[in-house]
Ligand binder design. Structure first.
Ligand code: HEC
Length: 122
């Protein structure tokens, strides 16, 4: 069992595809639910913005940052192959954006749900 845990961690650290990242999150959180991820992404959580405020919904096209107006490329990995190919990058932005939208970090379950939905967008 301990050995399996180490393997899972190694898998998260070196994940290179969105599916691998999702598998890594799910190993910690339990099964992801895309419909719950979609709802989470589109809802406000007690603050001014939702995830969709900057990424729009579905996030399958170029958008603009709601404050700076800077271009944001699509969040959906189908429309932007660079997405969720680097765990450290995904984690960095989850942390920053979740803080802006929720006033806290996202839970692993929330990240798993959002990612599982993003993977379905074509
Ligand atoms: C105020 C604008 C803004 C909001 C609101 C926002 N984001 Fe982002 N997001 C960005 C920017 C800017 C980037 C980094 C630039 C880029 O990668 O295009 C980014 C990147 C990301 C990434 C990096 C993905 C990768 O691997 O490249 C994830 C994950 C992400 N956002 C998820 C979310 C989630 C989930 C929410 C809602 C909780 C959210 N964002 C809300 C602006 C925002």
């Amino acid at each position: 069992m301990i050995f399996t845990g180490v393997m899972v961690l190694a898998n998260i650290t070196f994940a290179a595809t969105p599916q691998e990242l999702l598998t890594g999150y799910e190993a910690k959180s339990g099964k992801a639910l895309a419909s719950r991820g979609e709802q989470f992404f589109n809802a406000k959580h007690g603050k001014e913005w939702s995830c969709a405020s900057c990424h729009e919904s579905p996030p399958n096209h170029d958008t603009k940052h709601i404050v700076t107006g800077k271009l944001i490329k699509p969040l959906s990995p189908f429309h932007n192959a660079a997405r969720f190919s680097d765990l450290a990058k995904a984690e960095k932005w989850f942390k920053r954006n979740c803080n802006d939208v929720l006033g806290r970090e996202c839970s692993t379950q929330e990240k798993a749900d959002v990612l599982s939905w993003l993977i379905t967008i074509q």
